[in-house]
Design a protein around this ligand. Structure first.
Ligand code: ZN
Ligand code: ZN
Length: 287
């Protein structure tokens, strides 16, 4: 087996560490033949952040050739299964791989019981210090010398917080994680002037009625949020199982917001300094 294929991007692609978003899973509600439950890994030079780990996130991480021991923060927007069922497995995996911790776990305070159950779901040696950060009200919810993380309430069927992750320092990048929600002011607030906006878009505009009823956005909504917020790049994800192709989502979003990509499982989106060079190099190897 080709060893390199299972490893993170080779270092020779860029002289320094290049930040990346890896979309581990991109399906809403249920995993499909082609898409896993949600799961997003943000890679920084010194640590990884894991967002909304749905069922099967462990396996997706392995398929991406990544380890769990660099994860220092886990952010959960809400406790629907497609955003949280993987929490138990991932916490155990971090321990198994000898993660150093502490690992901060951010989630809506109303779901504290679910967090506790995930933490105690089965037998394992808890060698890592997991620090729960239950969020009761929106605002600045985490602050250290590396990251400021802001939470804002979104408009879904259950209590949901979106996140704005501001990396500190001169080159610091800002990422917004917006899911699940109807189009709302807080989504725009979270995404204002970010480098990268990761947004749910469960439906196409033809299903706008259903989107509103169920507390979700269409591709057009997500593009409108990105435009209004002056985001740098938009990554669309969290697609309903009824759609097997992502092209219609891009066709709907692009006329409103040009720099948009549709996520697929295990896709890698470099961002920040050096990202353009990495993307160009990958494009060349594809051609
Ligand atoms: Zn969802
Ligand atoms: Zn949901």
């Amino acid at each position: 087996m080709n060893q390199r294929a299972t490893q993170p991007a080779p270092d020779q692609e860029a002289p320094t560490f290049v930040r990346e978003l890896i979309t581990l899973g991109t399906s809403s509600q249920v995993p499909t033949r082609f898409r896993n439950h949600n799961g997003y890994l943000l890679r920084y030079a010194d640590q990884d952040l894991l967002l909304d780990p749905g069922e099967g996130t462990q396996r997706q991480l392995a398929r991406a050739g990544l380890r769990a021991d660099r994860i220092r923060k886990i952010l959960v927007t809400h406790f629907h299964g497609d955003h949280s069922l993987g929490l138990a497995g991932m916490m155990q995996r971090i321990c198994l791989e000898g993660g150093e911790g502490p690992v901060h776990v951010l989630f809506p305070a109303s779901g504290h019981a679910f967090y506790e159950r995930m933490l105690e779901a089965s037998i394992y040696e808890r060698t890592v210090d997991f620090v729960p950060v239950p969020i009761e009200r929106q605002g600045l919810v985490f602050d250290d010398d590396r990251f400021k993380i802001w939470a804002r309430r979104l408009s879904h069927s259950v209590e949901t917080f979106g996140y704005r992750i501001e990396e500190q320092g001169d080159d610091g990048q800002t990422v917004a994680h917006v899911m699940d929600t109807r189009r709302c002011k807080n989504a725009v607030w979270l995404a204002t002037d970010v480098d990268l906006l990761v947004s749910e878009c469960t439906y196409l505009a033809s299903e706008e009625r259903e989107a509103k009823d169920r507390g979700h956005m269409t591709a057009r909504h997500a593009a409108q949020v990105a435009k209004e917020a002056n985001a740098g790049r938009l990554i669309l994800t969290h697609f309903s199982q009824r759609y097997t192709r992502s092209r219609p989502f891009l066709q709907e979003a692009k006329p409103i917001f040009h720099d948009v990509k549709a996520a697929r499982d295990l896709a890698r989106f470099p961002f920040g300094p050096g990202a353009a060079a990495v993307e160009a190099a990958r494009q060349r190897t594809k051609e």
